[in-house]
Design a protein around this ligand. Sequence first.
Ligand SMILES: O=C(CSC(=O)[C@H](Cc1ccccc1)CC(F)(F)F)c1ccccc1
Ligand SMILES: [Zn+2]
Length: 158
Amino acid sequence: SAVLPVAQRGEIILTLKAVPVAASEFNSPWLEQLAQAMQATMLARNGVGIAAPQVYVSKRVIIVASRPNPRYPDAPDMAAVVMVNPEILQFSKETCLGEEGCLSVPDERGTVARAQRIIVRYFTLHGESVEATYEGFPARIVQHEVDHLDGVLFVERL
Ligand SMILES: O=C(CSC(=O)[C@H](Cc1ccccc1)CC(F)(F)F)c1ccccc1
Ligand SMILES: [Zn+2]
């Protein structure tokens, strides 16, 4: 499906607080197509995550898709997870430092401290509520993407 243009640092859309997906939008063709376009865009740009505001849709939808990579060779190879209205319920006290990049800040990488473990509650595209625990690199991606939903870029956390 369509690879969408990705908003770049300095564009207003990336500074907004995205709005929650409404109950009426679950199971809608719109939401499915948005998720598919986000996934295609993420894959085309070789990303391990993406947030809807990065493709100019200020709604609370993210995709998390950890895979082993030069920076995180032991990262889990996980199936892409679409999270609607994600909420991080708990951050572990323990934090860890790790390298991050961003499709909206193409020429920059930096070391960011993130909670080592998180509990996140989100809805699937079908409106089912899920609570899941993530740690390490996948937890880092979730925190990075939820930041996008709140208008925060990783470079503000360096
Ligand atoms: O694949 C990337 C490109 S940047 C990326 O995939 C962002 C996700 C991300 C990468 C690294 C740490 C946390 C989040 C995607 C974004 F910008 F849409 F959120 C990568 C960068 C650094 C380490 C490992 C992988
Ligand atoms: Zn990013």
